[in-house]
Design a protein around this ligand. Sequence first.
Ligand SMILES: Cc1ncc(COP(=O)(O)O)c(C=O)c1O
Length: 407
Amino acid sequence: MYQCINVPVYQLLLHCYTGQLLNYNYKFMNFNTKVIHGGQHHESSTGAVNVPVFLTSTFAQKSPGVHSGYEYSRAANPTRQALEDSLASIENGARGLAFGSGLAAIDCVLKLLNPGDEVIAVDDLYGGTYRMFTRLFEKYQLKFTFISFDDASKISEVITDKTKLIWLETPTNPLMKLVDIKVVADIAKGKDILVAVDNTFATPYIQRPLDLGADIVMHSATKYLGGHSDVIAGALIAKDAELGEKLHFIQFASGGILGPHDSYLVLRGIKTLALRMQRHSYNGYEIAKYLETHPAVDKVIYPGLESHPQYELAKSQMKEAGGMVSFTFKSGKKEDAIRFLERLKVFTLAESLGGVESLANHPALMTHASIPAENRAELGITDDLVRLSVGIEDKEDLIADLERAFS
Ligand SMILES: Cc1ncc(COP(=O)(O)O)c(C=O)c1O
C-alpha cells in the first residue's frame, strides 16, 4: 500500500498530519537558512519547535488502510522523514533517505543494478566502499573497473553498453584527489548511466553534486552531517522523484533504515553544518600551511593549498577546502608516522572524521587496511601517510600539539 503513494501525495499527508502547509518555500532559501528550516516544521499538537523523537514502530489506523500516512517505521517514521526532507533540501534533491550507516546507503544504490551490469569507480575510494564492491557485489556478477578520474577521457574509454553506474568521491579518501563532477556527469549524459557522488568529505556546504549534473549523492552521515562523533548513519539524496522512489523501495524492502533517535541526532548536527564547515575549513587551511613549512614533512595534500595539483578545480568546484589534510614524512618511514601519532594529545588517534574534535589516522593500518598492500602502494597510500580530520578547536592548540608530536 505504502509504495503506491507517490511523493507529492505523501508529502501532503505528512503535512496534514503535522498541521503544516505543504513544504514552505525552502527550496528557494539560502544554505544557512535551509540547514535550520529546510523540510522542518513545528510539531502541531504541542508547538514543539524541534521535531520530536517518534519512538514507535507502528501507527494506529482508524480503519484498515486508513491512517495518517505512517503505518510502520521501516517504511516511514516522522523523525526520519524530517531528516530525509532536510537532506533533500540541503543537497537540492527531490528525495532524501536516511540509513543505518554510510555503507547501508551505498548497498542500496548497488541494488539498483542487475547481474552483468558494470560500474566504473574512482580508484582512490574509502576502504569500506572498495571492500563492499569487490568482496560482496562481485559475487552477484557486478563488474567493477577502478580507474583514476584525473583524465576524464579515460572514463569514456572504459564505458561499455553494460555500464550502468559511475561512482566517485571528491575529495577522495585519503589522498584528497578531486574529480570534476560536471565533466563526469556530461560524459554519462544520455547514456543510461547513473552518476553517484560520495559527498562525505565536502558536504553540501562546500559542493552540491546534483547541481553539477550527478544523479545521486551519498553521505556517511556519521561524519560532518552528524558532526559530533556520536552516531553511525548514512544518507542518499536523489535528483529526481522517480529515482528517489526506486531507492526508497530498496530501502523499505531491504530494511537498512536509520532509527528515530539517531535521525534526531543527525538532524541536530545539520543545523550547525554551515558554521562548523567554515571553522573546519579555516583550521584545515591553517594546519596545512603549518605542515607545509615543517622540516619533517615531505608532502601536504590539501585542496586549499596552491601546491595541490587540482587547486584550480578546487577553487571552481568547492566553496571552501574543508577540514581533511593528509601528509607524508620526509624520512618516508612508517615508524616515524606511528611515533608521531602515538604522541598526539589534542588530536585523538582514531578512525572516522568530520566531528568537532580533531582526529588523526594512519590509513594503511586503519581505515584503508582492507585495500591490498600492492593496490595501496600503486595509489600512493604509503606507510608514512597520515590523515588528519581537523576539528573546530583553537588552531594554536592544534598546531602546538602537532609541533610537540614532531619534536
Ligand atoms: C568517504 C566515506 N564514505 C563512506 C564511508 C562509510 O560510512 P559509514 O562508516 O557511516 O558506514 C566512510 C566511512 O569512513 C567514508 O569515509
